[in-house]
Design a protein around this ligand. Structure first.
Ligand code: SAJ
Length: 416
C-alpha cells in the first residue's frame, strides 16, 4: 500500500510556492515552506506575506495561526517535497538550473525511502531526470527512478505550475494539471496528491512530455501576442487603428487575435520560449521570430514618443504603469520599465512615473535625477505627453477631459 501524504515541504516561497503551500495547508496537510531569504521566512511566520496576490494574506494568516503552515530556512523531513524556485535564463538565453540544483541539494539530506519529489518550476526538457540524478549522487543509500525505474525508493515527478498571477488562488484549485513522472508510478503518486487540492483533471504523462507541455503553452501565447504586436506595427505604418481592426477581425468565427501592447513581460512568457529554442535551435524559427517581435516593441514605442517630443520644448512626460501587466505589483522583465529607462536615457524632459502598486522606483530608474514617482493626479496635471503603459484599473477610470490638451500614447488601447 502506498503511504498517505501528511507532511509537505515546499521549497521556494514566491508567487507559486507560497500560494501552493497555503492551499495545501488549508486542505489539512502539515506544510513547511522553505526560503533562502530570512525576511520572507520571518514575515510568513508572522502570518503575513511579502508579495501581492488577492486573498493570499488571509489564507496564509489562517494557516499559520492554525499551526498547519510554518516557514523555515532549510528543508525538514517530509513525505513530499515540492520545488517551486525560479528558473531564469542566462545572458545567452540558456536555461539556468542553479536554483533547482540548490533546492535539490538542500533537500537531499532529509530524503527517506517512500518520499515523493515534485518539480513545479518551469523547466527545460530533461530537468526532472537531472534532479533525480543530482539526488542519487548525494544519496547512494537510496534508489531513484532514472536508474531503477518503477521500484525506486524515491519517486520524482514534474507538475508545472500554470496559474495566472492575479488569479493564483482561483486557478490553483480550478485548473487542470499536467503531471509527468520519470515512471508511471511517480506520476500516479503526484496525481494522488494534486487530486486533493484541484477540482480540475490531473493528466498523467511522462516527465519529459510534461516539461514540453508547459513550455509549449507559454510559447504559444508569446507567438500569438507577437502576431498582435506585428499587426500594431503594420497598422501604425498604414495609419489604421489596430484595436478597431483586431476587434473586427475577431468577429470572424475562427479568429481570436490577442491584444498588442508595449511588449511582453513577466518571468514566464518572455523567458520560457527560449528553453524550447535552446533544445532545438534549428527547428524554432517561428518562436525565435516571435521573441524578436515582442522584445523590439519597447524600442518602437520609444521611437514614436521621441518623434512627438520634437514638437515640444522640454516636455514633461508622464508614464503610467511599471508592472508587467494590469493590477499586479510584479515588475520582472517589464517592458514598461524598459520604455521609461530608454526615455530617461534620451534625456528629452522630466519623466513622471505613476505605479500605484509600488512604493519606490526600481533602482535602474531611480538613478536618473529627472525621473520621479508621483501619483496619478499629479502626473495628469503636470505632463505634456502621456504614455499609458499598463492597463491598471485606476488608469481605466481617468476622465478623458484631462487628456484633451496632451499628446497621448496609449500602448494598451484602453482610451481608444
Ligand atoms: N500580453 C499582451 N497581450 C495579450 C496578453 C498578454 O501584450 O493579449 C502581455 C502582458 O501584458 C504581459 C505578458 O503578455 O506583459 C504576459 O502576460 P500573461 O497574462 O499572458 O501571462 P503571465 O506571464 O502573467 O502568466 C503566464 C500564463 N500562461 C499562459 O497563459 C499560457 C500562466 O498560466 C502561467 O502559469 C504563467 O505564465 C507561468 O508562470 O508560466
Amino acid at each position: 500500500m502506498p503511504r498517505k501524504f501528511k507532511d509537505i515541504c515546499v521549497i521556494g516561497l514566491g508567487y507559486v510556492g507560497l500560494p501552493t503551500a497555503a492551499v495545501m495547508a488549508s486542505r489539512g496537510f502539515n506544510v513547511t515552506g522553505v526560503d533562502i531569504n530570512p525576511d520572507t521566512v520571518s514575515v510568513i511566520n508572522q502570518g503575513k506575506i511579502h508579495i501581492f496576490e488577492p486573498n493570499l494574506e488571509t489564507m496564509v494568516h489562517d494557516a499559520v495561526e492554525a499551526g498547519m503552515l510554518s516557514a523555515a530556512d532549510e528543508p525538514v523531513s517530509a513525505d513530499v517535497f515540492i520545488i517551486a524556485v525560479p528558473t531564469p535564463f542566462t545572458d545567452g538565453n540558456k536555461p539556468d538550473l542553479e536554483y533547482i540544483e540548490a533546492a535539490s541539494k538542500s533537500l537531499a539530506p532529509v530524503l527517506k525511502k517512500g518520499d515523493l519529489v515534485i518539480i513545479e518550476s518551469t523547466s527545460p526538457v530533461g530537468a526532472t531526470e537531472q534532479v533525480s540524478q543530482w539526488l542519487a549522487r548525494l544519496r547512494s543509500d537510496l534508489s531513484f527512478p532514472h536508474d531503477v525505474g518503477e521500484d525506486a525508493d524515491v519517486q520524482v515527478s514534474h507538475s508545472p505550475e500554470r496559474v495566472l498571477p492575479g488569479r493564483v488562488l482561483i486557478e490553483l484549485v480550478r485548473n487542470d494539471r499536467v503531471i509527468g513522472g520519470i515512471t508511471r508510478h511517480c506520476a500516479e503518486r503526484a496525481a494522488d496528491l494534486y487530486r486533493t487540492i484541484t477540482d480540475g483533471t490531473c493528466h498523467v504523462t511522462t516527465a519529459r512530455t510534461a516539461e514540453l507541455v508547459k513550455l509549449m503553452e507559454n510559447a504559444y501565447r508569446d507567438v500569438n501576442i507577437a502576431f498582435a504586436n506585428e499587426m500594431s506595427l503594420v497598422s501604425d505604418r498604414l495609419g489604421i487603428n489596430v484595436w478597431e481592426a483586431i476587434d473586427m477581425a475577431n468577429h470572424h468565427p475562427r479568429v481570436n487575435i490577442l491584444q498588442p501592447g508595449p511588449g511582453v513581460g513577466g518571468h514566464c512568457i518572455a523567458v520560457d520560449p527560449w528553453f524550447i529554442v535552446d533544445s532545438a535551435p534549428e527547428d524554432t524559427a517561428l518562436i525565435q521570430a516571435a521573441r524578436g517581435v515582442n522584445d523590439s516593441k519597447p524600442r518602437h514605442v520609444v521611437g514614436q514618443i521621441l518623434e512627438a517630443v520634437k514638437h515640444h520644448d522640454a516636455p514633461t512626460i508622464a508614464c503610467l504603469g511599471l508592472a508587467y501587466k494590469a493590477n499586479i505589483d510584479d515588475l520582472r522583465e517589464s517592458p514598461a520599465i524598459e520604455i521609461v529607462r530608454l526615455l530617461a536615457e534620451a534625456k528629452v524632459g522630466d519623466i513622471l512615473v505613476v505605479e500605484p502598486n509600488v512604493e519606490a522606483l526600481p533602482e535602474k530608474l531611480a538613478e536618473d535625477e529627472r525621473t520621479s514617482l508621483v501619483d496619478l493626479s499629479d502626473a495628469l496635471d503636470r505632463s505634456d505627453i502621456i504614455v499609458l503603459l499598463v492597463d491598471h484599473s485606476p488608469f481605466l477610470a481617468v476622465n478623458r477631459a484631462r487628456l484633451e490638451d496632451k499628446t497621448v500614447f496609449d500602448t494598451r488601447g484602453i482610451w481608444r
